[in-house]
Design a binder for this molecule. Structure first.
Ligand code: SF4
Length: 481
C-alpha cells in the first residue's frame, strides 16, 4: 500500500500545454496558489492540486490533454482528496462538458477565472461537487501581475482576447473579445519588473499591436483615437523613456494589418527594440488569405515587412504558417513557398490545418488529404530550415550582442542566451565569471542547425543588477504559436 507523508503545507503542480500566453497564465496560476499558502512540487504524487493548463488551438493538443488526464487516474484512486483542475483554452471551450468527458477532473477554470482558484479549491476540499467556472471578465477586465522571481526575461500582458476572427481560429471563442490594459498599469509593471532585475520584457497579447489605452477609449470614440498600431508604437516609446534600465523590449504576437508606419519608425529609432519581429502570415496565397479572413494581401504583407527591414538594417523575420487550409490548391501552396523565400524568414512555426469547433472554416470542409498536407509541410520546413542554416552560417566570425539567460549544462564555463535577433547563442565565458543577466559581446565561432556557439569578448553592461536565485522552469508539454 502506498504511504504518503502527512503534511500541513499544501502543494501544487502545474502542467502547461501551448503558447507563450499559456506559459504566462501558468505563472499567474502559480502566483495565486502561492499567495494562498501552497508550495510547488515536482512530483504529482505529492501534490494536493494538479492544474493542467490547456491549449485548443490544434486538435493534437486536446488529444494530449485527454491522455494526460488518463494517466492521473491512479493518483486520484490512491488519494481521492487531490484536486485535479483543468485551466486554459480547452477549459473555456468545453466547460461543463469536460467534467462529463473526464470524470477524473474536479475543476474546470477559464483563463479569466484564475483569481477564483483558491476559493474553488476550498469548496472542493469541503466536499463540493465538480464545478466549471468559465466566465469572461468583459465588464471589468483583470490583468494579474507577474512578480519577478529572479528571471532574466519576463512577460507583461497588455491585452487579451481577439476581435479579428480568422476563420480557422478558436481563440475568439476561448479568449473572448479584445480587452486592453491601461498604459499606466503596463508601464508600472514593466518598471517594477526591471527594478526586480528583469532585463528583457515581452509584451503579450493575442494581437498585441491592436492595443488601445482603455482610459483613452473611455473618453472619446474609437474613430477619434489614433489607429491601434500607432497607439502601440507610442506605448513602446513611453516604456523606452520611462524604463531606461531595460535591455530589451519584445512583443508577441502582432497582426500584420496593425504594422503601421509609426510602429516601423519606433523600430528604427528605439535601440531597446531588438532586430527581430515575429509576424504571423499564415499563407502566401491571396485566395487563401481571403478565405482565412486575414484582412491583408500577400503584397501588403511583403510591402510592410520590406519597409521594416529597410528601416532596421539586419532585422530578421519569423512567422507562422498553416498548410492544407480548406481549398488550398498546389498553386496556392506554391505561393506560400515563394512568399517564404521572398520574405526571407529565418524561422517559422508551420502547422497542418486542423478543424476546430466553433470556427467558420468548419463550413469549408477539410478537403486537403492528410498525405498532401504532410508533403506540403515537409517542403515548407525544408525551405525555412535552409534559410535558417544559411542565415546562421553567415554569422560565423561576426560579433553579436547576447543577453545571457543562464548556465548551460555542457560545462561550467558555458552559458546560453539570445542575440538581439533572437538566435540562441551558447557562449564560453572566462572561468569564474557569471554573465547571467548581462549583455555581452560574443564572437561567433560555429553555427549549428538552430543555434550558434561563440566566445564572450566583453560585457556591454558589465554589472549585474542583483544576485539571482536559481530559476525553476515550468513544465511545458508543447509550445505552439
Ligand atoms: S488574429 Fe490570431 S488570435 Fe486572432 S483570430 Fe486570427 S489567428 Fe486567432
Amino acid at each position: 500500500m502506498a504511504c504518503y507523508p502527512s503534511r500541513s503545507v499544501k502543494r501544487y503542480i502545474v502542467q502547461t500545454f501551448g503558447c507563450q500566453m499559456n506559459v504566462h497564465d501558468s505563472r499567474r496560476i502559480e502566483e495565486v496558489l502561492r499567495e494562498d499558502g501552497y508550495e510547488p512540487t515536482e512530483d504529482a504524487m505529492l501534490a494536493d492540486v494538479v492544474v493542467v493548463n490547456t491549449c485548443s488551438v490544434r486538435e493534437k493538443a486536446e488529444h494530449k490533454l485527454m491522455s494526460l488526464l488518463g494517466t492521473l487516474r491512479p493518483l486520484k484512486d490512491a488519494r481521492p482528496g487531490v484536486a485535479i483542475a483543468v485551466a486554459g483554452c480547452v477549459a473555456q471551450q468545453e466547460g461543463e462538458r469536460l467534467l462529463r468527458r473526464a470524470p477524473v477532473v474536479d475543476l474546470v477554470i477559464g483563463p479569466d477565472n484564475i483569481p477564483e482558484l483558491p476559493d474553488l479549491l476550498r469548496e472542493h476540499e469541503a466536499g463540493a461537487p465538480p464545478r466549471a467556472r468559465t466566465v469572461f471578465d468583459d465588464d471589468a477586465p483583470r490583468f494579474l501581475m507577474a512578480r519577478p522571481r529572479g528571471e532574466v526575461m519576463g512577460f507583461v500582458t497588455v491585452m487579451k482576447g481577439c476581435d479579428e476572427r480568422c476563420t480557422f481560429c478558436i481563440v475568439p471563442t476561448t479568449r473572448g473579445a479584445e480587452r486592453y490594459r491601461s498604459e499606466a498599469e503596463i508601464v508600472g509593471e514593466v518598471a517594477r519588473m526591471a527594478e526586480g532585475g528583469v532585463r528583457e520584457i515581452t509584451l503579450l497579447g493575442q494581437t498585441v499591436n491592436s492595443w488601445y489605452d482603455p482610459t483613452e477609449l473611455a473618453q472619446k470614440p474609437r474613430s477619434r483615437v489614433a489607429p491601434s498600431g500607432s497607439r502601440f508604437a507610442a506605448l513602446l516609446r513611453r516604456i523606452a523613456d520611462e524604463v531606461p534600465s531595460l535591455a530589451r523590449l519584445r512583443y508577441t504576437s502582432p497582426h500584420p494589418r496593425h504594422l503601421t508606419e509609426e510602429l516601423i519608425a519606433a523600430h528604427a529609432e528605439l535601440p531597446v527594440l531588438p532586430r527581430h519581429v515575429h509576424l504571423p502570415v499564415q499563407s502566401g496565397s491571396d485566395r487563401t488569405l481571403r478565405r482565412m479572413a486575414r484582412r491583408y494581401t500577400r503584397a501588403e504583407y511583403l510591402e510592410r515587412t520590406g519597409q521594416l527591414v529597410r528601416a532596421v538594417p539586419g532585422l530578421t523575420l519569423s512567422t507562422d504558417f498553416i498548410v492544407g487550409f480548406p481549398g488550398e490548391t498546389d498553386e496556392d501552396f506554391e505561393e506560400t513557398l515563394s512568399l517564404a523565400r521572398e520574405a526571407g524568414f529565418v524561422s517559422a512555426f508551420c502547422f497542418k490545418y486542423s478543424p476546430r469547433p466553433h470556427t467558420p472554416a468548419l463550413a469549408l470542409g477539410d478537403d486537403v488529404p492528410e498525405a498532401v498536407k504532410d508533403e506540403r509541410l515537409q517542403r515548407l520546413f525544408d525551405v525555412i530550415a535552409g534559410q535558417q542554416r544559411a542565415h546562421l552560417a553567415g554569422l560565423v566570425g561576426a560579433t553579436t550582442q547576447v543577453l545571457v539567460e543562464g548556465p548551460n549544462d555542457a560545462s561550467e564555463t558555458r552559458w546560453t542566451g539570445r542575440s538581439e535577433r533572437h538566435e540562441i547563442v551558447h557562449l564560453e565565458a572566462p572561468a569564474g565569471v557569471d554573465p547571467t543577466g548581462t549583455l555581452v559581446d560574443v564572437v561567433i565561432e560555429r553555427a549549428f542547425d538552430h543555434s550558434l556557439l561563440g566566445t564572450m569578448r566583453g560585457a556591454s553592461i558589465p554589472e549585474r543588477p542583483q544576485p539571482r536565485p536559481k530559476r525553476r522552469k515550468l513544465k511545458v508539454l508543447e509550445v505552439s504559436a
